[in-house]
Design a protein around this ligand. Structure first.
Ligand code: AMP
Length: 563
């Protein structure tokens, strides 16, 4: 017979379960400053090495960084910055920018990183839209600010990120960064944030219309750092030295300024020097293991490797993303012993969504098979869900064949655009998934293949032609430095592809040579109708080829058989 006590106990447990039983664990808010506090104790000697705009190389440890961040926090409070205020930056990758990331969010304010490559109108628009109160800028960007100061928010204060010795004369009233820190205490009583509080703000580069703001929280930022730490483990391991070539003004340098201190990785900051020769010297001089950046940067580094006939042996891991990495480039790096991880993401996703490290069973596959897989955009990282849908929004199978618009959801994906109800209303489906605007397929193993931006696909006689596919093949031609394919109107087929090429040297490739190469990979009807040469391709603010500018430039282009 069951004793009455036990029956009562069982009944209580059932009641609890029906009410939805809660775990009995502490709730500590996820907070950005905790990352640096941890690094200052546990990875105290890992370094932040910075190429400064002053021209030299500067070093400090995470322990020293944490102390300076406290001093900066006191300085910010002295400027009257309160929780929720927006503090803007116009700066390269360097230790002072890193200090701002932590001090601004640490006191409860919002760090708004501005992309200096935005147009003047866009810069004016976003500083007003964000209601920035202070702008921290590197000396390089003083001319931009001087030219626009009359049109920026009237009560904006300006802090130049340098020391007293380097303060220039200016028509703008400037505060000196190092003066702000001078004499301040090396500890700060950090307020405990609500983990959903806003921490940083980044506007998309805005290929159409005004830029839209992604407002990251403490929670999304810490989770993104943890998710990338377990996913991009080849560069994020204690003791590694990594260069974020991707700028800190582009989606928080893909979260590396948070993931590196969390994992004990030293950050090697390239400052304004992003050309192949400077990166080569920095990688070799600082014995860098890994680097993260967009394909255009790696093309420059590859050209430098070829020019010098050698490459730094310490450099073994690369993360490439932001736009599709050409297969020929991946192959060239892999053959030099640099393992390429092709990632995909968006500003709206903090930004990383997928990563291209191969699963164990495929790491022994022939190199050509590995490279073919690495040309895809990898598999989703933990915490990010992907679906592809047809034109009616119905989910499509992950069979490697069906392709449709890619939707995402997860804790590191935006739930709306900052102060922009109109853009928010258009961005999500009825189940709350965010529409990326990318057209993709996903295979049975989970490998994503981005075929195009919805608006960059070429629709010829009702059939799609992927501009990325054509570009991928053509960029492997030895006489091609870079290329882009755009749609131009055609009276019979609606649209046909036009190939735009930057030649490698004086010896321009012939259309027949290019067609012969393309025919090894694509159908005859997909060949570009014409080829034009340009000296360089226009780039967007984030270093991607600006198809929008090309489309405008070739808007009246007449194809040979277009009547
Ligand atoms: P952004 O918000 O500026 O980072 O741009 C995000 C967009 O860049 C994505 O929606 C894609 O169209 C493109 N993109 C990012 N990474 C890749 C990649 N690895 N391959 C192809 N396209 C990419």
């Amino acid at each position: 017979m069951v004793p009455p006590g036990a029956a009562h106990y069982a009944a209580e447990r059932i009641k609890e379960r029906e009410a939805g039983m809660q775990g009995m664990m502490m709730h500590r808010p996820l907070s950005i400053i905790e990352i640096l506090r941890f690094a200052s104790e546990i990875h105290s000697t890992a370094e932040v090495v910075s190429v400064r705009t002053e021209g030299d190389i500067h070093r400090q440890t995470y322990a020293e960084t944490y102390a300076r961040v406290a001093r900066l926090a006191h300085g910010l409070a002295g400027l009257g910055i309160a929780p929720g205020d927006r503090v803007a930056t116009l700066a390269w990758n360097g230790y002072r920018h890193l200090e701002l990331y932590y001090a601004v969010s640490g006191i409860g304010a919002v760090c708004h990183t501005i992309n200096p490559r935005l147009s003047a109108e866009q810069l004016i628009y976003i500083t007003h839209h964000a209601e920035d109160r202070v702008l921290f800028l590197d000396t390089t960007f003083l001319p931009i600010v001087e030219a626009l100061a009359d049109k920026l928010p009237a009560d904006m204060r300006y802090v130049l990120m340098t020391d007293r010795a380097h303060m220039p004369e200016s028509k703008v009233e400037l505060i000196c960064y190092e003066d702000l820190l001078d004499g301040q205490e090396e500890s700060y009583d950090w307020p405990e944030p609500d983990e959903n509080d806003a921490a940083s703000l980044c506007y998309t580069s805005g290929t159409t219309g005004n830029p839209k703001g992604a407002l990251y929280s403490h929670r999304s930022t810490v989770l993104h750092a943890m998710e990338t730490a377990i996913t991009l483990y080849s560069s994020l391991r204690e003791g590694k030295r990594v260069i974020p070539v991707v700028p800190m003004f582009h989606v928080n340098a893909w979260g590396l300024p948070y993931a590196a201190p969390m994992t004990g990785v030293s950050l090697i900051m390239p400052g304004p020097k992003l050309d192949g020769a400077s990166l080569f010297d920095l990688i070799e001089g600082e014995q860098v293991d890994a680097a993260w950046g967009v394909p255009t940067v790696w093309q420059g580094l590859l050209a430098e490797f070829r020019k010098r006939g050698t490459h730094p042996k310490c450099f073994t891991d690369m993360v490439v993303g932001g736009s599709a990495a050409p297969t020929s480039m991946i192959e060239a790096f892999e053959k030099m012993g640099v393992s390429v991880c092709h990632a995909w993401g968006m500003t709206e996703m903090s930004p990383i969504g997928t990563q291209g490290l191969l699963p164990r069973e495929l790491r022994e596959a022939p190199l050509s098979d590995q490279i073919a897989l690495k040309s895809r955009q990898g598999r989703r990282m933990f915490g990010v869900d992907l679906k592809i849908v047809d034109e009616e929004g119905k989910p499509l199978p992950h069979d490697g064949k069906a392709s449709g618009e890619l939707y995402v959801r997860g804790n590191t994906v935006i739930s709306g655009y900052f102060e922009n109800a109109e853009a928010t209303a258009e961005a999500f489906d009825s189940e709350g998934w965010f529409g990326t605007g990318d057209i993709a397929s996903i295979d049975e193993r989970g490998f994503l293949l981005i075929q195009d931006r919805a608006k960059d696909l070429i629709k010829s006689g009702g059939e799609w032609i992927s501009s990325i596919d054509l570009e991928n093949v053509v960029s492997a031609h030895p006489k091609v430095a870079s290329c882009a394919v755009i749609a131009v109107p055609h009276p019979k087929w609606d649209e046909r592809p036009l190939l735009i090429v930057v030649p490698e040297g004086d010896d321009r490739p012939g259309k027949d040579e290019i067609d012969a190469l393309l025919l090894e990979h694509v159908a005859k009807w997909q060949l570009p109708d014409a080829m034009e040469f340009v000296d360089e391709l226009p780039l967007t603010a984030t270093g991607k080829v600006s198809k929008l500018t090309l489309r405008k430039r070739f808007a009246d282009y007449k194809l040979p058989d277009a009547g």
